[in-house]
Design a protein around this ligand. Structure first.
Ligand SMILES: C[S@@+](CC[C@H](N)C(=O)[O-])C[C@H]1O[C@@H](n2cnc3c(N)ncnc32)[C@H](O)[C@@H]1O
Length: 220
């Protein structure tokens, strides 16, 4: 495992215990994260009985929203790299008595997506994955016909001066090389990959361009 991955796991191990509380302040207090999550889940167009993969699921903050739409006959698979985040997700599953949610500890970059999933979702994580384009391609190939891929994540608003972007993202990504994240502009890579791999792509900028919601369907 490379140094960046080790560092990322270490960071999320430290965050895991209080993630559900601290994430309410993410990226800043009052940020409409819950509304954004709801929009992302709606964009999946799931129906009762469907299966969905929550890539880089963290502590499972999307699970209750997903459960509401797929119901007990559906299936949710949460995938994450960090053991400590997954154990919080496991606590959530047990507390809620969900028998249709399973967890996999894996790197998104090497994850073998199960074929035939109705949807793949990733929230506030994909811009941290350097291989995001490959992950999107692999997920797209595994989708059932008409299946949906939805990515919700943060971005730097267009026309933001470099220094301001740095200041803003320092609060959001204290663990990462902020400069690199800004310079890499991973949201553009994600947009291009989704355009390439999916059809019917929609791209919506949220909250003054500080987040994006990208959604597309598997090509027929
Ligand atoms: C900001 S948290 C978001 C968690 C969750 N999706 C949410 O919306 O609350 C980012 C998560 O991405 C995971 N992650 C980062 N890089 C990853 C990778 N390459 N493969 C799998 N998970 C990864 C981290 O372990 C962490 O749990």
């Amino acid at each position: 495992m490379d140094r960046t991955r080790e560092h990322l796991i270490e960071t999320y191990r430290k965050k895991a215990k209080h993630y559900d509380i601290t994430s309410r302040l993410y990226p800043v207090p009052g940020y409409p994260q819950r509304t954004q999550r709801l929009r992302a889940v709606q964009a999946l167009r799931l129906r009762p009985g469907d299966s969905v993969i929550d890539m880089a699921c963290g502590t499972g903050l999307n699970f209750s929203l997903l459960e509401k739409v797929v119901g007990p006959g559906g299936r949710i698979v949460g995938v994450d790299l960090t053991d400590a985040m997954l154990s919080r997700a496991q606590d959530r599953i047990e507390t809620n008595g969900w028998s249709n949610v399973s967890l996999v500890q894996a790197d998104a970059a090497g994850f073998d997506f199960p074929a035939g999933a109705n949807a793949v979702l990733s929230t506030y994580a994909m811009t941290q994955v350097p291989e995001c384009a490959e992950v999107i391609a692999h997920g797209a190939k595994a989708l059932s016909s008409g299946g949906r891929w939805v990515v919700l994540d943060l971005k730097v608003p267009g026309n933001t001066p470099g220094w301001l972007a740095q200041l803003g993202t320092a609060t959001v990504r204290p663990f990462a090389a902020i400069d690199q994240w800004i310079m890499r502009r991973p949201w553009e890579t994600i947009r291009a990959a989704m355009q390439e791999e999916l059809t019917d792509l929609s791209w919506t900028e949220l909250f003054f361009g500080t987040a994006f919601l990208a959604a597309g369907s598997r090509r027929p």
